[in-house]
Design a protein around this ligand. Structure first.
Ligand SMILES: *Cc1c(COP(=O)(O)O)cnc(C)c1O
Length: 415
């Protein structure tokens, strides 16, 4: 701070008019601290309530890992890694090499890399499949002259995130049965895309998808973005034989929200890396990942592998029960704890009531929770008759606050 102060003083005397000087002062973050005794400066900066200053209101996340709600918060050891990385310069590709090698070792994959989220992984992974290590092809994307240009997927596996695959220029071709797939496979087939959460919906299941890919020599890519827990899933699909697998970094793994993991075949990861930052003339240059995400993502995976997952489950069930038992104090309210089968496979709480007894809709309760103090975000409604909470991203003490508010709102509507 002393140094900054003397630099400013020097600049003031040499190069700034008074007006410019004032403008300069206001552009320096934390400059208010300069007016204070030096010893207090660091504390003052740390205590700044950024969101409040901006008029942006934080809330209790009683929904889950929704990107628009900023998904998850990083555990202390992950934040520590982030801050450590922020303090040092390194050669980015050397860090990528080292982090990738360690991730691969932890996850039982040939190779791995940190991406800009699972969606970023879908793009860089597909790009790698299309171009290999050919610099000409890498530069040419999304023009696919001289490259394979079709990605096969099951009709029931189409999802919004396949835009991240299509952005490489490929066309997605839908099939439903094995024989349709066999008919569709051709010299133009680049990749076979699988949406893990849709496993039960498609006619061709994960293992058979891998077998068919192998049979025809076509790389298979499994999007498992939201599919931990269980922790075993982190290694399951590479072991099963998928050539590429991605997980979101900022969902169940609680790493940086702007990161993800892509793992799989060594040649494909190498090619994927050539299609993104720090290389400028690439399709994924805009999906930049810096040292902070890389290191924090690695530490998040290490930390997640070591977690007491049984204790997490007990705590999530306890939170559900705490909210449910408070809500059930209101006449006609019924609760149900349910477990989505693959993605977000964690206990969720559903609340329902007799609308003629408790005269408020779930949508209105959700709105009142969001507007209250503290603000509380419940899950987006999937049925107009049921209010749902995802409790796994809450912080200690949150469940008690949610329980009380839900009970109060319902009780008032029942009076
Ligand atoms: C969340 C999600 C993504 C995107 O993950 P990001 O890490 O936010 O990029 C991709 N695919 C599926 C199935 C998801 O659920």
């Amino acid at each position: 701070m002393m140094l900054l102060y003397s630099i400013i003083k020097r600049q003031r005397s040499t190069m700034f008019s008074r007006r410019h000087w004032l403008h300069f002062l206001t552009t320096i973050p934390g400059i208010g601290a300069l007016a204070a005794p030096m010893a207090g400066a660091a504390q003052r900066v740390a205590a700044r309530d950024y969101f409040k200053t901006l008029g942006v209101k934080p809330f209790i996340n009683a929904a889950g890992t929704y990107t628009a709600l900023t998904s998850s918060t990083m555990p202390p050891e992950v934040r520590q890694a982030w801050l450590y990385a922020a303090d040092h310069y390194v050669h980015l590709t050397k860090l990528q090499d080292a982090v990738g090698a360690r991730l691969a070792q932890l996850l039982g994959a040939e190779a791995a890399m940190v991406t800009s989220g699972a969606a970023g992984a879908l793009t860089v992974g597909t790009a790698g499949v299309l171009t290999g290590t050919d610099p000409e092809k890498i530069r040419r994307l999304p023009q696919l002259d001289g490259m394979k240009r079709v990605v096969l997927t099951q009709k029931s596996h189409r999802f919004g995130y396949d835009h991240a695959v299509r952005s490489t220029g490929v066309r997605v071709h839908e099939i439903e049965t094995v024989s349709e797939l066999e008919d569709a496979v051709g010299t133009d087939t680049a990749m076979m895309l699988f949406f893990n959460d849709a496993n039960d919906r498609g006619q061709i299941k994960d293992e058979e998808w891998v077998r068919l890919g192998r049979k025809h020599g076509i790389p298979t890519f499994n999007d498992c973005a939201a599919d931990v827990p269980p922790v075993e899933n982190l290694t399951k699909y590479v072991k099963m034989g998928f050539d590429l697998v991605t997980f979101s970094g900022g969902k169940g793994l609680m790493g940086p929200q702007s990161a993800g993991v892509l793992m799989g075949r060594k040649d494909l990861i190498e090619a994927a890396r050539l299609n993104t930052s720090p290389f400028s003339d690439t399709i994924s240059r805009g999906m930049k990942v810096n040292k902070e995400e890389m290191l924090a993502m690695l530490v998040a995976v290490e930390s997640y592998l070591k977690r007491d997952h049984a204790a997490d489950l007990r705590e999530w069930n306890r939170r559900c029960e705490e909210i449910a038992s408070a809500a059930r104090q209101v006449k006609s309210v019924e609760s149900e704890v349910f477990l989505p089968p693959i993605a977000n496979h964690v206990p969720h709480l559903g609340l329902q009531w007799d609308a003629s007894v408790v005269k408020i809709s779930p949508l209105e309760v959700k709105a009142q929770l969001a507007e209250g103090d503290p603000a509380i975000e419940a899950c987006p409604l999937t049925s107009k008759d049921r209010l749902v909470f995802g409790v796994w991203m809450m912080q200690p003490g949150d469940a008690a606050k949610v329980a009380q508010r839900v009970r109060d709102i319902l009780r008032k509507a029942a009076a």
